[in-house]
Design a protein around this ligand. Structure first.
Ligand SMILES: CC(=O)N[C@H]1[C@@H](OP(=O)(O)OP(=O)(O)OC[C@H]2O[C@@H](n3ccc(=O)[nH]c3=O)[C@H](O)[C@@H]2O)O[C@H](CO)[C@@H](O)[C@@H]1O
Ligand SMILES: C=C(OP(=O)(O)O)C(=O)O
Length: 417
């Protein structure tokens, strides 16, 4: 099995270009199922997750082709199958996002239940609550969810929690429903706005994306469009921490600074200089790292997808920090791995208490999920000796060319087969 090896590295210098956002790309590819014509998607990141959702669409009969490295062309004029099987669903939970578009376009869908995940149980009850409110019949059995509706009818849906996936799935289902759908307590993440922009360009009528109240007026059909996905704010944040943890000076290009405000704010609080430019940020770390407390929250709060990377940074900070994870109930799997590298961390329920140390040591460790893997790479950059990370298929789900991008800035990192 391939592994990533990281050695103690000098302060990172230079620049890095952020790729298109995984969490925009996946729902936007699913949303292409709603169109009768060709959709062209630009700035698509080269990620295993993108390959998986492309396989799901191909299994539904869709014509999907990658041109150059970053362009996808999707033609869903002929959907020949409405079933997404377990074999594909088990590789990636976000495949469940094809349910809303299939229901809207075909009036039926049969999708394998996504199953558990290292970071939490991740139920889909809110997605199903939304589909039911739109008039779908839902049956769950034998590991599958089946949904039927002759015609979806708009309704008001209050989400108990602002779930990103449920907001996206319901928004897509509602684009061709009869009348108006209102999603209350909707998620407000930038990726929701990107999806709504894409749908509106195809002819949908969606207002309020980016607020907690989204209104969707149903239209009869959606057509072709061309769309570039937004930059990945979590990839950007990960490289900002790489600069900070190594005491470096790095320009992170292709970012939308307003999307990373909570990350910038916490880095500044930790004593790091961050210069915001129009579509880049420069991170300069020369005065050491102060401990800061963090609580993860839905956007615009601090993102759960940056919690483990920040924990790697806090592992070498001056002082003690408390990190509270409120979004996922089990997102501390990286703690034991960071402790193998010398970090001093205690878990108390949903809180982690991190006492900074200057004695991080390389060790064999395992990426337990995508961002846990990123945190181990970051910790490896400042640990004495050699860090050997296994189960790196998690990392390949969400980071394009990560070893290359880090090596270009001076990091000692490589992959062995
Ligand atoms: C592909 C994608 O975009 N993934 C992101 C998306 O995941 P995802 O869309 O799965 O995350 P959600 O916002 O839905 O989940 C947040 C919380 O809501 C709970 N929940 C969710 C749905 C539901 O029906 N019932 C329910 O209880 C989940 O268990 C979790 O505790 O948002 C997360 C939260 O920002 C990010 O960490 C993921 O990177
Ligand atoms: C949890 C994540 O993704 P997913 O929802 O695709 O598992 C993530 O990107 O950190």
């Amino acid at each position: 099995m391939p592994k990533i090896i990281v050695e103690k590295s000098p302060a990172l210098k230079g620049s890095v270009k952020v790729s298109g956002a995984k969490n925009s790309t996946l729902p936007i590819i699913a949303a292409s199922l709603l169109s009768q014509e060709t959709c062209t998607l630009e700035d698509i990141p080269a990620l295993d997750d993108v390959d998986v959702i492309s396989e799901v669409l191909a299994a539904l009969g869709v014509d999907i082709n990658r041109h150059n490295k970053n362009i996808l062309e999707i033609n869903s004029s002929k959907i020949t199958n409405i079933e997404a099987p377990y074999e594909l669903m088990r590789k990636m939970r976000a495949s469940f996002l094809v349910m809303g578009p299939l229901l809207a376009r075909m009036g039926k869908a049969r999708i394998s239940l996504p199953g558990g995940c290292a970071i939490g149980t991740r139920p889909i009850d809110l997605h199903l609550k939304g589909f039911k409110a739109l008039g779908a019949n839902i049956e769950v059995g034998h590991g599958y969810v089946e949904a039927y509706a002759d015609k979806l009818i708009g309704d008001k849906i209050y989400l108990d929690f602002p779930s990103v996936g449920a907001t996206e799935n319901i928004m897509m289902a509602a684009t061709m429903a009869k009348g108006e759908t209102i999603i209350e307590n909707a998620a407000m993440e930038p990726e929701i706005v990107d999806l709504a922009n894409f749908l509106n360009k195809m002819g949908a009528d969606i207002k309020g994306a980016g607020t907690n109240n989204i209104r969707i007026k149903g239209v009869t059909e959606l057509g072709k469009t061309r769309h570039s996905v937004i930059p990945d704010r979590i990839e950007a944040g990960t490289y900002m921490i790489a600069a900070a943890i190594t005491g470096g000076d790095v320009l992170i290009e292709n970012v939308i600074p307003s999307h990373i405000k909570p990350i910038i704010a916490k880095l500044i609080e930790a004593g790091i200089d961050v210069e915001e430019k129009e579509d880049s940020v420069r991170v300069i770390a020369k005065n050491g790292i102060k401990s800061v407390d963090i609580k993860t929250l839905p956007y615009p709060g601090f993102p759960t997808d940056m919690q483990s990377q920040f924990m790697a940074l806090m592992s070498i900070a001056n002082g003690t920090s408390v990190m509270i994870e409120t979004v996922f109930e089990n997102r501390f799997m990286h703690v034991d791995e960071l402790k193998r590298m010398g970090a001093n961390i205690k878990i108390d329920g949903r809180s982690a208490i991190i006492q900074g140390t200057d004695k991080m040591m390389g060790a064999p460790v395992k990426a337990t999920d995508l961002r846990a893997g990123a945190a181990l790479i970051l910790a490896g950059l400042v640990s004495e000796g050699h860090t050997e990370i296994s189960d790196i298929y998690h990392i390949d789900r969400g980071y394009t060319d990560i070893e290359q991008k880090l090596s270009n800035m001076g990091a000692k990192i490589y992959r062995v087969e």
